[in-house]
Design a protein around this ligand. Structure first.
Ligand code: 13P
Length: 252
């Protein structure tokens, strides 16, 4: 049984005060113990948020990582710095980073390894654009991203990995993939993971869906057999909405 994992990606939103306010609301509630909860604030709020969620069910995640430990890399944040802040999860290869910051499968692969090498769990994001889906090459694109991003990751490290399927056309657009569409691609991702790591490992690895996840569609998404959680953007900025998403009714 894979433990569901609900993660909030705040993206480039919330200053320190706003972050504290949001986290205080989130920590006021108890959540079902059968699921993991992660929030990924911007770097500037990691310290403040980390202090507030210590000893709670909510885990700290970062939105990016650099793959060198230290040195002349102006503007980058190293794995050691994230560890220092108590970060346990790192989003790697988000489509916004691929699109706006030219991240490639090669650098994404280095980031996956850097996170795992420092005992943090990468949330590796994959997903196709609308043109790629319409051109019927969505599966090929996702496969390429998986093979590139997971190159030379050992079977042992496969247990320290979360995947997120985020079709670009569903991010921030209000246009969610139907739960069937999401499940189909996630099942396909699992089949590729099985080719890479073997069937047993593939059955262990959690794969989230991301793209316009809301309180209204989470239940349906989580009903699907291969969907193990959600990576939530916009709706994770509203405490009530994110709480409703975390508290979805178990229904598999
Ligand atoms: P939205 O939930 O705002 O569509 O964002 C999804 C996402 O990109 C999460 O990483």
């Amino acid at each position: 049984m894979r433990k569901p994992i609900l993660a909030g990606n705040w993206k480039m939103n919330n200053n320190i005060e706003e972050s504290i306010e949001l986290v205080k609301k989130l920590t006021r509630q108890e959540y079902p113990v059968d699921r993991d909860i992660v929030i990924c604030p911007p770097f500037t709020a990691l310290y403040a948020v980390g202090e507030l969620i210590e000893d709670t069910r909510i885990k700290l995640g970062a939105q990016n990582i650099f793959f060198e430990n230290k040195g002349a890399f102006t503007g980058e944040i190293s794995p050691l710095m994230l560890k220092d802040l108590g970060v346990e999860y790192v989003i790697v290869g988000h489509s916004e980073r691929r699109q706006f910051f030219n991240e490639t499968d090669e650098t994404i692969n280095l980031k996956v390894k850097a996170a795992q090498g420092h005992d943090m769990i990468p949330i590796l994001c994959v997903g196709e654009s609308l043109a790629q889906r319409e051109g019927q090459i969505a599966e090929n694109i996702v496969k390429q991203q998986l093979l590139g991003g997971l190159k030379d990751i050992s079977d042992a490290m496969a247990s320290k990995l979360v995947l997120a399927y985020e079709p670009i056309w569903a991010i921030g657009t209000g246009r969610t993939a139907t739960s069937q569409q999401a499940n189909e691609m996630i099942a396909y991702i699992r089949s590729i993971l099985s080719q890479i790591f073997g069937e047993d490992k593939a059955q262990e690895i959690r794969i989230q869906y991301g793209g316009s996840v809301k309180p209204e569609n989470i239940t349906d998404l989580m009903k699907q057999p291969d969907i193990d959680g959600a990576l939530v953007g916009g709706a994770s900025l509203q405490a009530e909405d994110f709480q409703k998403i975390i508290n979805y009714q178990e229904n598999k």
